[in-house]
Design a protein around this ligand. Structure first.
Ligand code: C5P
Length: 216
């Protein structure tokens, strides 16, 4: 089975996906890291983001298997990655890789367009979000805990700008997939969110069990 998890940045999507996949004993693909790895490769090779052909070539030669070996969450990468993610040829390369991994099944795939474009036929799709203020407050606290003093308004503005870039782009914009279960994490703990997701899996399995019984 393929389970897709899409949603806004800073919604807790990645943490929740990790815990959920572990509990379900499924493998996990975080697709943001694929776009981040291409961005890192461009930075290392001195490729300018405006040089489309060079970026596409970097994507085509990217070793996605090594996506976990680097610090992909640096602020510089976070800033540049939406620009790379809006190039159609780059998305095609990443989509082909995702399709290849997905066909093996038993996988949770997390991203922005997984339930809408990559695996719209997945039997269970989630959309995880939270208010921009909640996400900004969480990010602000996370940075503070690391000893980084950021201005709250700046953090909020960054989040709103990233939403705008992801939701407003022409190709594969971030949106709620048809039939997705929407979870707003603003007032929920990670455990509560994962609990709701597990409940959806139980319901889906009970439903398909009932359908099999009806056929037999
Ligand atoms: O999930 P994460 O914040 O690491 O993703 C980084 C960026 O990669 C997103 O802001 C988005 O621009 C892009 N992305 C995408 N499609 C995906 C996953 C990520 O466009 N499926």
């Amino acid at each position: 089975m393929i389970i897709t998890i899409d949603g806004t940045s800073g919604s807790g999507k990645s943490t929740v996906s990790r815990k959920f996949a572990k509990k379900q004993n499924m493998s996990l693909l975080n697709t943001g890291s694929l776009y981040r790895k291409i961005t890192l490769d461009c930075l290392i090779s001195g490729i300018k983001i405006e040089d489309r052909e060079a970026v596409i070539s970097a994507a085509a030669h990217c070793d996605f298997e090594k996506k976990n070996e680097f610090h992909l969450n640096d602020e510089k990468i976070s800033r540049l990655v939406p620009l790379i993610a809006q190039i159609p040829e780059v998305r095609k390369i990443v989509k082909d890789y995702q399709k290849e991994l997905g066909t093996a099944g038993n996988i949770v795939i997390e991203g922005r367009d997984i339930g809408t474009v990559v695996f719209p036929e997945a039997p269970l799709k989630f959309y995880i979000t939270a208010s921009p203020e909640t996400r900004a407050r969480r990010k602000f606290e996370e940075l503070k805990a690391k000893g980084i003093e950021e201005d709250y308004q700046m953090v909020l503005e960054n989040i709103i700008n990233r939403d705008r870039a992801d939701e407003g782009r022409k190709i594969s914009p971030l949106k709620i997939p048809d039939g997705a279960v929407v979870i707003d994490t603003s007032e929920l703990t990670i455990e509560q969110v994962v609990g709701q997701m597990e409940e959806e899996v139980r319901e889906l399995k009970a439903e398909s069990g009932k359908r099999t019984d009806e056929v037999n």
